[in-house]
Design a protein around this ligand. Sequence first.
Ligand code: FAD
Length: 380
Amino acid sequence: MAIFDAIVLGLGGMGSATAYHLARRGRRVLGIEQFVPAHDRGSSHGHSRIYRQAYLEGEQYVPLLLRAYDLWRELERASGRELLRLTGGLMIGPAGSRTVEGARRSAEVYGIPYRLLDATEVRRRFPQFAVRDDEIALYEERAGALFPEDTVRAHLDLAAAAGADLRFGLRVEGWSAGADDVQVRAGGETHRAAALAITAGAWAGQPLADLRLPLRPERNVQCWWRPRAHPERFVAGQLPIFIWERGERALYGLPDLRGEGVKAAIHHSGEAIDPDEPSRAAREDEIALVRERLAEALPDLPGELRAASVCMYTNTPDEHFLIGLHPREPRVAIAAGFSGHGFKFAPVVGEILAGLCSEGVSPLPIEPFRLERFGAAPVG
Ligand SMILES: Cc1cc2nc3c(=O)[nH]c(=O)nc-3n(C[C@H](O)[C@H](O)[C@H](O)COP(=O)(O)OP(=O)(O)OC[C@H]3O[C@@H](n4cnc5c(N)ncnc54)[C@H](O)[C@@H]3O)c2cc1C
């Protein structure tokens, strides 16, 4: 039986990156994925994702985002694919709101260039946005769009080219760890490796059941629109990516990048989902809610609906990531709970897990994302 240096459980956004970073270090990697490459049943599909650096969720993310930027550009060069297109980004909300203030704080702490625009300036520079007089915006140049399916394929192709053994249509049924190795059961076989990376997205609660992590998969609908008027204002180069805090749930959007339509959706639907639930159609009431919000915020946008699809968030109670070694099994590294904002980190999460699986240490600061904050007992 082949003995591997590392097994990667789940080859979505984070797992494909992990397999690549392990393989490029010369590790013997086995990757196992229950569906096909770049499938649409998890969290990493839907044409586009937002990338930004002035991070409203907290400055602890910025070192990872800065490293991720370099890795995104490296991955583009290595794969020959366009994966990150800068469009500029607007974080909109009332003065003092978490969206504007959090982004400003991260920018200040790390010297990320930004500009604050008042309502009049926003309307003048970006007439697509019907901001209210009491709303302001932080504009960041180094923000834009990522292409998730192409990213997963790029990582998988490069991992395979570097010798990784990647198996699809195979579901991991269980794992156990001993003093010398980790054993993973899938398709009636047991595979052994020195380390295991668990990157199972919304399914993470299954292989990590013993930790009782408070992970809550959430249904989220993404919609693509044809503008009602001024379509030229909604293409990349004209429309920046945006996050707009107004009321309880933020509205976000990305320009039409490759002719797929303008993407706009509401961050956090609130509805729980079982990741194994077979029905994935977006519902009329979910689409109507987005249309309603858009009609008030970007009145020229919500024309014909081009497409809508369901994607999953995997929320933690504080909406911060879980990245680190398994608290009781030092051969097992975990990346989970990305709470709807993880994709922009995919390459750097891959690099971190490759470090954890190879040397037991992360090349970047991950202390803020430790699993122990939810009560899982540490090793020893
Ligand atoms: C609508 C929507 C919009 C988003 N927008 C943004 C954004 O703009 N910017 C951003 O940064 N992030 C965004 N995100 C979040 C981001 O996409 C996710 O955080 C990220 O894709 C999570 O990647 P993952 O690898 O954890 O999950 P996945 O990509 O789902 O990968 C997990 C994989 O594990 C496999 N798997 C699980 N269990 C098993 C098993 N037992 N055996 C074999 N395989 C298994 C699954 O099939 C899956 O392929 C968004 C998410 C959604 C849903």
